[in-house]
Design a protein around this ligand. Structure first.
Ligand code: HEM
Length: 462
């Protein structure tokens, strides 16, 4: 075993499932959750594995997380994501001044109260527009057979694309997005290049089509400030290669919908089946968020759908946080960019080499009864009065300097879709007692979609 001779770490090397050259790649890609929990049972909360020649050190005890998050030599492998996952050139990603500026834009244009309110109201309007079109297509008060994931996709995909990118038609990219998204876990696993060109050619082509589209349309009318300033800065950069703008837009496009669609699915899946949650959430939506008119083109009710008013829906907030806990299974990965050491909670010091990866796996905490009593049960009011940022161990959006900058917008998107569906749509589940799990190989990248869709029928209320 290659890794065994490498052991200079004071923590065990996992022997199960390790093959020559590729190391633990197969069990890791197949079902991360199962593999990590099995390793935890055999080796405790600290162990390491190998993926090709890279060491991946797992620290599953949340008491060990803060020295990792705070260590300046460890950070989210943004450059690997950029190149391997989205095809951005390495030279461009190495341009520190540009990258720092773009990072600043994330804070400024996704998180400031003014920008967040603008994006939130615009997103509400865009979902309303999608609903108006949909209602015109299927008619009002006519039952339409569909499925819950499709409905979540339909409500989020176009509205989110238009909110960020302005007057473009996101549906032109839908087929390519779905192809790429289905195999996203391979792109985010940073595999050797030949694997992509040999086995994932269709998905590579789909990604290229999105890049080409965005290269040809760097700006659109009514684009968000984030997209506007980012595109402008990228176009000015001397380090930029021809595809970098399109690839960077593709990365934001994916980031903005790749997790929000499954999160909305799970939110509806749990809330719609819980009469008590439905009653409480319906009451507060009715009080704080004005319904819109399907017939009045000048209706401006979406302007009241601000972050402030949405935040008044405290049961909805708690219900969404509970979805983020029960289905939020990211792997918070930090790459080591310079040899360093980490001093863990019990005083153990771990030497970490350049190129090692440290992984925290919040699902271990999200499903720990010491943190969340009866963790397997969805309790819509579990987080009443608490915010996700304040809850120790709930790391659905990552942590530290690179914590997801879109998290407040993402939560508003999920809430808006859920609220608008409750306000405007009657629905019925066509099958009860379905046993639905997450797509296993998507675990580790945020919120995994369901492994099968849930048949429903819906109709617009009169
Ligand atoms: C439910 C939805 C979402 C989930 C679960 C999610 C989760 C995450 C996670 C886990 C990270 C890595 C953080 C880290 O390891 O420190 C991340 C990064 C990021 N997310 Fe999100 N995200 C969501 C929605 C969004 C949205 C709507 C946007 C943009 C509009 C967005 C933009 C980004 C960006 C730009 C980064 C990279 C940050 C950096 O380079 O520092 N995300 N997200």
């Amino acid at each position: 075993l290659k890794g065994a001779s490498n052991t200079s770490l004071p923590i065990p090397f996992v022997k199960n499932g390790c093959l020559p050259i590729i190391g633990h790649l197969i069990p890791f890609l197949k079902d991360k959750s199962k593999f990590i929990f099995e390793c935890q049972r055999s080796y405790g909360s600290r162990f390491f594995i190998e993926l090709f020649s890279q060491r991946m050190i797992f620290l599953l005890d949340p008491n060990d997380w803060s020295p990792v998050i705070r260590n300046p030599n460890l950070s989210l492998p943004v450059k690997d994501f950029g190149t391997k996952t989205f095809g951005i050139s390495r030279g461009f990603l190495d341009d520190e001044p540009i990258m720092n500026e773009i990072h600043r834009y994330f804070k400024l244009y996704l998180q400031s109260t003014e920008s967040l309110d603008f994006l939130t109201a615009r997103f509400s309007k865009c979902v309303r527009d999608v609903m108006i079109q949909d209602r015109a297509r299927i008619g009002s008060h006519v039952w339409h057979p569909y499925s819950l994931l499709e409905l979540s996709h339909r409500m989020i995909f176009e509205a989110s694309g238009r909110t960020l990118f302005g007057d473009m038609n996101p549906l032109l990219l839908e087929k390519e997005f779905l192809l790429f998204d289905k195999k996203f876990h391979y792109f985010a696993a940073f595999l050797p290049d030949f694997i992509y060109s040999l086995f994932l050619r269709r998905e590579m082509n789909a990604r290229s089509s999105m890049t080409t589209y965005f290269n040809a349309h760097p700006h659109s009318n009514n684009e968000s400030e984030l997209v506007h300033h980012r595109a402008k800065r990228i176009l000015e950069a001397e380090s930029r290669q021809p595809n970098d703008l399109g690839a960077s837009h593709t990365s934001i496009f994916w980031a903005s919908v790749g997790n929000t669609i499954p999160a909305t699915f799970w939110s509806l899946f749990y809330i719609l089946r819980d009469p008590h949650a439905l009653q409480k959430i319906n009451e507060e939506i009715c009080t704080h968020l004005p319904p819109f008119s399907f017939s009045d083109p000048n209706d401006k009710s979406f302007e009241f759908w601000t972050s402030g008013n949405i935040a008044k829906c405290v049961y909805l907030e708690s219900a969404i946080n509970e979805v983020l806990r029960i289905k939020g299974t990211p792997m918070v990965s930090r790459k080591c960019y310079q040899d360093t050491q980490i001093s863990l909670a019990d005083g153990t010091i771990i030497p970490v080499r350049e190129n090692d990866m440290i992984s925290l796996f919040p699902e271990v905490v999200h499903s720990d009864p010491n943190y969340f009593p009866e963790p397997e049960i969805y309790k819509f009011d579990r987080f009443l009065g608490k915010t996700t940022d304040a809850i120790k161990g709930l790391l659905t959006f990552g942590s530290g300097k690179t914590i997801c900058p879109g998290r407040h917008f993402a939560k508003n998107e999920i809430k808006i879709c859920t609220a608008l569906i409750l306000q405007n749509i009657d629905y019925e589940f066509l099958e009860t007692n379905m046993n639905i799990n997450c797509v296993k190989n998507r675990i580790g990248f945020g919120i995994a979609p369901p492994d099968c869709d849930v048949p429903i029928r819906y109709r617009y209320k009169e």
